[in-house]
Design a protein around this ligand. Sequence first.
Ligand code: NAP
Length: 312
Amino acid sequence: MFERIALIGIGLIGSSIAHDVRRLRLAAEITGYARSEATRSKAHELGLVDRVYPTAAEAVSGADLVMLCSPVGTYGDLAREIAAALRPGAILSDVGSVKGAVVRDVAPHVPAGVHFIPGHPIAGTEQSGPEAGFPGLFANRWCILTPLADAEPAAVERLAAFWRACGSNVDTMTPEHHDLVLAITSHLPHLIAYNIVSTAADLEEVTSSEVIKYSAGGFRDFTRIAASDPTMWRDVFLNNKEAVLEMLGRFSEDLSALQRAIRWGDGETLFNIFNRSRQIRRGIIAAGQDTAAPDFGRGQPNTGLNKPAGDR
Ligand code: NAP
């Protein structure tokens, strides 16, 4: 599909793309950029890239698909750095978990003749780094593209075909709508998980060894999400402020309603809310976005399809 794909950042997502490009022969060559020597040599050792560079500009040279795969807070500087090295006619895309801020930070640097098409594969795990990736991460997951109004339809279709080849279903929407949808489906759940783990860590009457010992009561399921990469998630919240605050406001109101129902012994309200939640879980399973099997965090690595759909 492509002559040369350049991966700017080779962590969980970048390395999973590399696995699929290799396995499915989606490009003749893969180049990569990573800032650390450790990641560069690991990417080479794992055969994720044909050539790996210490600068992003070197990595994108001659590539017809460039994929930004680092934390979203880095995209503006990276775009500025690679702009002059981008090949005319190339597609510049990304995998960032927010889209409005990516358009704001990247679009001003994109030279004429380069197709900038932001994207976000809704697939992931709480693991990070070049060893965390695996083939099939994107299979049966959605990938959202947020092309700008003047995007060339043929280039958008070419990128969509790439994600479909990785097994994804592709949707397109505006960056603003993406950020609202992901605020509730991904960003707020992460904030809640980080907060509940932090609350438990600060308790004095319940010891941390008790929290760990009795975590099977539900707590441990939040800890999986709360183990996600801190840099990535810091950047998500700093770059999707408005949508997250909007959803957080609604969440707080609903939490107050639950608090009131508990205080006043309103079992009917509690039952109705819990029952509706169960239906939503069933809908997710029916849509193939999770399995009904109990997940004790024991999914086999490298079997992608059996892993819980994490983010994002
Ligand atoms: P990751 O495993 O932590 O890998 C991040 C990569 O970015 C590493 O190669 C790292 O380089 C590089 N990097 C970090 N800080 C950098 C900086 N300041 N300048 C240049 N490079 C830097 O992250 P990931 O999970 O693959 O996430 C990458 C992107 O995918 C993020 O934008 C995230 O929002 C998005 N995303 C993540 C998920 C998920 O579930 N994790 C799902 C969908 C989309 P070193 O290794 O050299 O430090």
